[in-house]
Design a protein around this ligand. Structure first.
Ligand SMILES: Cc1cc2nc3c(=O)[nH]c(=O)nc-3n(C[C@H](O)[C@H](O)[C@H](O)COP(=O)(O)OP(=O)(O)OC[C@H]3O[C@@H](n4cnc5c(N)ncnc54)[C@H](O)[C@@H]3O)c2cc1C
Length: 492
């Protein structure tokens, strides 16, 4: 009797858990993808397989048992800037990939790499095939300096330089000339410090990271010994965080070269500063005073404050950078809001490598999507794209290219919550069945586009780890899209 009761309960539970919450159809628990054929399960498509895309998907999948999520990514490989932005010597940051992998392997989630939305398929087509489309395509452009000479040889955006050492296929051919003594980095955010640190880090250390082998070889031959990190405002407005400054200070055989004059009156301001800024400022003040290790230092780095670019100075042939002319600024106001105003004076700094790290920028990918070209974001309210039903956004394209992965996680969760609220309130109509990936993959096939699935990405992943192992590093990235596809679609 007890056994019969137990079997009955088990059967009852099975039916309970596998019954579609929105209509009478019964779903097999081993094939929850069947939800995709259930008339009213919300089908959501996400554009971009970076942190914003994965965190939005994660929240949607966890919050409801009937949502089906498909992620479309331009590259054959997932993870966006976690793979192509985060510095190779910050492996701990890349651990988020484990969570993203779990999301991608969820039975109601599918990954379609090698699909460029706006080119291979339009947002309108996605909107027809899905109940909701979430734009999470990041910030693929960079803000220009807007000064004469910025296209000279030897001048790079931080985006391209970072893409080069991190194996972004489009930056494979960058070949930066590292034969000069001094490099100038414009901008004082964490990306600027990543670039400076990579330029000055000992090779023995970098060779154990996932930096590409070709970048490692260039850095091995590098003659760069001095990196100046230039900002338009003062020490109290610097945009980097203490961890990154400490890493600069701790670089072996490298000393900080600060100008004590830049820090006049700063000690007196300390008591009024919020705690994180106070600790960062104290650290910089300590660095100005102590010239530790200067005897054995063969390399140096330093901040240069209150300077804005005016002109990139060319060599005699007018082809290559030899320096940068900077406007000398003064500050109007104080604290975070202080503005840099030019004094009319200028200063020239000699350099053979100039890297502009003044910000990434989102680009419009499809004419049907509203885009604010002033802020370079998709206009939205809490992730709902303004005046466009069924369209949402998350991550850098939603709020602009600032903030760490945790910030991106929070705003992606917000977008997912808003989307689900719209489903619950009926603002987002999910009553009509949508064909989802079935329709889009058909369209892609007719256009000769073959997507890369997550299990095919895992083949690229294994190949990269195998290549890395042979070189004594965690991974050696495949640099070429065509080679990525070859590995992904190989039969082994
Ligand atoms: C150099 C650098 C270093 C960083 N280091 C750190 C760090 O150490 N720690 C930290 O917490 N944060 C770091 N960040 C910040 C972090 O990377 C971002 O917060 C986060 O990546 C933003 O996520 P996202 O998904 O909005 O954009 P992205 O990461 O850029 O992802 C967007 C994805 O969309 C894809 N895509 C673009 N266009 C299309 C299209 N048309 N169709 C389909 N897909 C498309 C892209 O290929 C990409 O995969 C760093 C950022 C940079 C730039």
């Amino acid at each position: 009797m007890r056994n019969i009761k137990r079997s009955f309960l088990a059967m009852h539970n099975l039916l309970q858990t596998s019954r579609c919450p929105r209509c009478p159809c019964v779903l097999s628990s081993s094939a929850q993808r069947l939800f995709s054929t259930c008339a009213s399960s919300p089908k959501v498509c996400i554009v971009g397989g970076g942190p914003a895309g994965f965190y939005t998907a994660q929240h949607l999948l966890r919050a409801r048992s009937d949502v089906v999520v498909d992620i479309y990514e331009r590259l054959p490989v997932p993870f966006g800037l976690v793979r192509f932005g985060v510095a190779p010597d910050h492996p701990e940051v890349k651990n988020v990939i484990n969570t993203f992998t779990q999301t991608a392997q969820h039975e109601r989630c599918s990954f379609y790499g090698n699909v460029s939305v706006g080119t291979d398929v339009s947002v309108e087509e996605l909107k027809k095939a899905y109940h909701a489309v979430v734009l999470s395509y990041g910030a693929e452009g960079n803000r220009p300096m807007g000064v004469p000479g910025e296209n000279l040889a030897g001048v790079f955006s931080a985006r391209d330089f970072v893409g080069w050492y991190n194996g972004l296929p489009s930056n494979k051919e960058l070949c930066p000339d590292l034969s000069s003594d001094t490099a100038v980095v414009l901008g004082q955010g964490n990306v600027a410090l990543d670039v400076a640190r990579i330029l000055l880090s000992p090779l023995d250390f970098l060779k154990k990271t996932d930096i590409t082998q070709q970048a490692l070889e260039s850095l091995r031959a590098s003659r760069v010994r001095r990196v100046l990190i230039v900002g338009r405002r003062g020490p109290l407005q610097i945009a980097c965080t203490i961890k990154e400054v400490r890493e600069m200070i701790n670089l072996p055989e490298t000393k900080a070269d600060m100008l004590p004059g830049d820090f006049e009156g700063i000690a007196e301001a300390l008591k009024d500063l919020p705690r994180p800024r106070k600790r960062l400022t104290e650290l910089m003040l300590k660095t100005v005073k102590v010239d530790e290790g200067s005897l054995k230092a063969i390399k140096q780095w330093g901040f240069r404050f209150l300077r804005s670019p005016v002109e990139v100075l060319p060599d005699a042939d007018g082809k290559k950078v030899t320096g940068i002319r900077l406007a000398v600024n003064t500050l109007e106001g104080s604290g975070e809001e202080a503005r840099a105003l030019p004094t009319g004076q200028t200063q020239d700094l000699e350099c053979g490598l100039l890297i502009s790290s003044i910000g990434y920028k989102s680009l419009p990918i499809d004419p049907s999507v509203p885009f604010n070209s002033r802020t370079s974001t998709v206009p939205n309210e809490m992730g709902r794209v303004s005046h466009t039903g069924g369209l949402y956004c998350s991550g850098w394209v939603k709020r602009g290219p600032t903030g760490v992965i945790a910030t991106t996680m929070n705003d992606s969760f917000e977008t997912a919550r808003v989307l689900l609220k719209d489903v619950d309130s009926g603002t987002l109509d999910v009553s009509v069945n949508k064909a989802g990936a079935q329709e889009i993959t058909g369209l892609l096939k007719s256009r000769g586009v073959r997507p890369v699935s997550f299990s095919e990405w895992e083949k690229i992943n294994s190949e990269e780890m195998r290549r890395g192992e042979a070189l004594g590093k965690p991974r050696e990235k495949v640099l070429d899209v065509s080679e990525m596809l070859e590995v992904a679609w190989s039969s082994s």
